[in-house]
Ligand binder design. Sequence first.
Ligand code: ATP
Ligand code: LTN
Length: 336
Amino acid sequence: MRKRVFSGVQPSGILTLGNYLGAIKRFVEIQNEYEAFYCVVDYHAITVPQAPDSLRSQIAHTAAFMLGAGLDPDKMTLFVQSDVPTHTQLGWIMECTATFGELSRMTQFKDKSQGKESVSGGLFTYPALMAADILLYDADAVPVGEDQKQHVELCRDLAERFNSRFGKVLKVPEPLIGQTGARIMSLQDPHRKMSKSDPNPAGYISLADSPDDIVKKIKRAVTDSGREVAYDPDEKPALANLITIFAHCSEKSINDIVAAYDGKGYAEFKKDLADVVVEALTPIRMRHDAILADGSYIDVLRHGARRAHDVSSAVLRRVKEAMGLSLYIDPAGVRI
Ligand code: ATP
Ligand code: LTN
């Protein structure tokens, strides 16, 4: 039997080059090897306020970009989280399994709540819902970018805790993190990850950006002092990030890229970088446009939700049974 993977993408904006290189490119590569479930996690997106019209449109764009990047409905299951009620059901159980201390240590919560006057309870309990997402599919592995490693570790701890209380019910998953491309940084601040919810669009390249936008954003990307194209993540983090992006979009090694720009300046490097990014993203954008226009993603999501519901309901049933929650149970333990 093929091993299973599960991963989620938030429709909290339009997908970025960081999402593509850190996660979706990988999702596409592994869909042949694993039985894959991919989810547009809209309940996670509402941990921060979302306007209904933009949320609706971002869900459609996210699905269309994932399909446009090469996910094949005949090979994997793609669905929207809020279409499958088992997620919030197991989510609650995981909230009751996680401790306040554990959730308080999550760095994404600390980052996203920092400096905010008011933060939703959901932003705090978010990792418990993420654990439920994964555990509902008996996933062996979770392909994610580096930033999600801590959440996958928490998911493992919760599954182990659950199993030690109630018997071997949940499969304990492993994170599956790519070696490079796992952390693409902002074009404006190399110490922050590239994020689709960055209020400054100059910090990210969105998969919807036109070739012109891409050229402009790369031109404006911050670089470090000096003129030499050298890969030094500690001393020249901004340039190192651009070289990493170059390597991923062109499938060239970092050493080859550095050698090719020996004696040339940043301007020539940036011009070529813009070309390779445009070349990598244009086919995805065009397929996305076609998928949105013909509405074919809707059927994919509908079928996906049905299959996800079937698989996850069996796991939820196992969990409820192990815990003594109601399955139309009578006092003698006879199920009706
Ligand atoms: P936001 O930017 O709104 O905070 P996000 O893009 O981090 O959200 P998701 O859309 O759920 O969150 O991320 C989908 C996948 O993309 C995750 O596996 C995440 O690890 C990966 N990812 C996100 N940003 C980057 C990045 N800058 N570099 C590499 N991988 C990333
Ligand atoms: N927390 C993730 C999104 C996410 C996810 C998941 C990833 C929600 N549920 C399950 C992997 C598996 C993020 O912010 N990128």
